[in-house]
Each structure stands twice: as structure tokens, then as C-alpha cells.
Design a protein around this ligand. Structure first.
Ligand SMILES: [Zn+2]
Length: 359
């Protein structure tokens, strides 16, 4: 067959995959979530687990699963988020089975077990091509599917070269460098399972001339010109561990590319040490007209025994408040529960900053 014929067959296959997508059906519930059909099983947490009429924490409870019970499911969807019983990470998946022809839903947060990863059909085979790229200077999420709601299975460290084996399309993100919408997802395989990274956070492109309209190769950012907002700050503590934490925190925020913090002697924003109102740290911002001031305090006698990475996370979190960020309950440096797990702003935080400062 000629290359042109192959191309036609490929495009036809792509179209069919999107239309038919054998494992993919529309749900009938009001949330209009997608449901994925897959046979799998899992073991319930060692507590009674509610079974509901819909994938929502407000849906009616119709049954309970006994602790530590193996349960057979026929598919999954997304809905209300619960903290995973084992990992504490937010989990918005719901597993379902049918009883008398009616779907019944169990939050995945209380089930140890996962649907097979192959339920997301996409024309990936046709887009198989080896290429590499460098991740943005932030932690970049790796997910089970090309979607911003798919489960996060890994993270790529900042500025890391990554080898990919193909690409597909999915949820759109703003490209880290160009801000243009980018709906491509790059993937690689780990233990035979595809893992997906939004192309918006990768500097690099598949070198396939036949690819559909693509964003142009992003150019590397030149700091601080592309930052949406700049602030002058000064570190006012002499405690070496805190100075180090603040310096790392400043670098963490500058690496987002959205804000730029410069240290200068008479800066109105102070990063210091002192009484933190009953917390390990406290951060605030105030505005007088167009003038924004603010600052942070970290209460040394509460944190002097903590690790350097916790102090960095704490300093990054408090500076986040100076940057007008509020607390979040999901994967975020602004989630107090994550300060022992990450030290850097996440995609969620960067999106919040963009929303605040691009107005
Ligand atoms: Zn806070």
C-alpha cells in the first residue's frame, strides 16, 4: 500500500476510534460524566463502605460493603472527590457494578484495586514515534490517561529530559512557554502501561512532519521578562535554615514563570521569623491602591526540629499567600496536608497564579 493510502486508513481509524470507542459510553446521570466499561475487582477498606445511587457523596446510600471484602466491578466514572483511604490523595473516581440492571457506585477512595489502564481508547498506535523533550521548570504530572482528571501516577522533576514513544490528544492546557492552548499529550510506557504527560509542560515535539496542526516549538523563557508580575522582597531573618528555606522558596516561585521575586534591601515585602498566630507560619498580602505589600513569618520555636524540605515547603506556602493564593484542598503547595510531600508549586498553583495575574 502507498504511504498516502496508509495515511487515509490511519485517519479513518482515528475517526472510528473517536466515534465508536467500544469501551466508552455516555452516562445517563445529570453530571454527564463519561463512564468506562471494564471488568475488574478490588478489596474494600477495613471499614464499612457506602454504596450509592450515583457517583456523588450526596447520592442516596443503598447498600454497604463489609470491611475487607473483595468486590467485582463492571466499570468506573468520576464524581465527588474523597481522600484516598490509603494514600490521602484526592480521588474522584467511582467504581460501579449493576444490581438488577441498576448501576450502584462506590468511591474508589475506599477500594484497593484499579480498573485496567487500557479502557481509554485513543489512536495512540498510529501516533507512535520516538522523541524526547525537556520538562518545564516545575513538577509535571504524569497521568493514566490524556485528561486533567485522570489519576496522577508519577511526577517529572523540573528541567528533566524525558523520552516519549508517542502522542495523542486530550484535555487542553495552556502551554507553559507560549500560553497558547495545547491539547496534545505525550506518552511513554512503564511496565507495558501508557503514561501521559501534557505537552503544554514539555519543550519538545514529535518530529513527525505528518502531524496535524501543531503549536510551534516553544522558545525557552527569558526570565523575568515573561513573568506576569514582579515583587521586591527581602529576607529579614538571620536563622540560616530559614534563610535557606526562603531562598529556595523564592526560586520555586520564580521557576513558575508566572511571578518574579527579586531580593532588594528596602523591599516592602518581608520574609521573616516571629509569632505566627498559632501556626508554623503565616503569610499575608495587603494592597493600597496598586501597591501590594505583605510578608511572611515563620515561628522558629515551632519548626526548629523540622527537615529542610518541610521548611522549604512551608516558606513556599507562606509566600504563596503573599502572592494572593488561597488554600486548596487538592494537590497543591497551598494544601497544608501536602507540605510534607512536595516543596514546590504544582500545576494547580500555577493555574491559580495565571488566573489571578493575567487579569
Ligand atoms: Zn496557609
Amino acid at each position: 500500500m502507498s504511504k498516502r493510502t496508509l495515511r487515509k486508513i490511519f485517519l479513518l481509524t482515528v475517526t472510528l476510534a473517536i466515534i465508536v470507542n467500544g469501551h466508552f459510553v455516555n452516562s445517563t446521570n445529570a453530571q454527564s460524566q463519561s463512564e468506562y466499561i471494564a471488568d475488574f475487582n478490588g478489596v474494600s477498606a477495613p471499614i464499612p463502605v457506602n454504596v450509592r445511587t450515583a457517583p456523588s457523596d450526596t447520592a442516596r446510600i443503598v447498600d454497604q460493603i463489609n470491611p475487607n471484602t473483595r468486590v467485582q466491578f463492571s466499570g468506573w466514572t468520576t464524581g465527588s472527590s474523597f481522600q484516598n483511604y490509603w494514600t490521602n490523595a484526592p480521588d474522584n473516581r467511582w467504581f460501579f457494578y449493576e444490581r438488577n440492571g441498576v448501576k450502584q457506585y462506590v468511591s474508589s477512595a475506599f477500594i484497593n484495586g484499579n480498573p485496567p489502564e487500557t479502557v481509554q481508547n485513543e489512536p495512540s498506535e498510529s501516533n507512535t514515534i520516538q522523541f524526547s523533550g525537556i520538562s518545564a521548570p516545575i513538577l509535571v504530572n504524569v497521568r493514566t490517561a490524556p485528561s486533567d482528571t485522570a489519576r496522577i501516577v508519577d511526577q517529572i522533576n523540573p528541567n528533566t529530559r524525558v523520552q516519549f514513544s508517542g502522542w495523542t490528544t486530550g484535555t487542553s492546557f495552556q502551554d507553559y512557554w507560549t500560553n497558547a492552548p495545547d491539547n496534545r499529550w505525550f506518552f511513554y510506557e512503564r511496565n507495558g502501561v501508557k503514561q501521559y504527560v501534557s505537552s503544554a509542560f514539555i519543550n519538545g515535539n514529535p518530529s513527525d512532519a505528518s502531524q496535524p496542526t501543531q503549536p510551534t516549538q516553544p522558545t525557552q523563557p527569558t526570565q523575568p521578562n515573561r513573568a506576569l508580575v514582579s515583587y521586591n522582597v527581602r529576607i529579614t531573618t538571620d536563622i540560616p535554615a530559614l534563610v535557606q528555606a526562603y531562598e529556595n522558596a523564592i526560586r520555586n516561585w520564580n521557576n513558575t514563570g508566572v511571578v518574579w521575586l527579586s531580593q532588594s534591601q528596602n523591599a516592602p515585602i518581608t520574609l521573616g521569623e516571629g509569632y505566627a498566630r498559632g501556626y508554623d507560619g503565616y503569610g499575608w498580602w495587603q494592597s493600597y491602591g496598586s501597591n501590594v505589600t505583605g510578608g511572611t513569618v515563620i515561628q522558629w520555636n515551632r519548626v526548629s526540629q523540622r527537615s529542610a524540605s518541610y521548611l522549604e515547603a512551608l516558606a513556599t506556602h507562606e509566600i504563596g499567600h503573599v502572592l494572593k493564593l488561597n488554600h486548596r484542598s487538592d494537590y497543591s503547595i497551598m494544601n497544608n496536608y501536602w507540605l510534607t510531600r512536595t516543596t514546590k508549586p504544582t500545576e494547580n498553583d500555577i493555574n491559580d497564579l495565571r488566573r489571578i495575574y493575567s487579569r
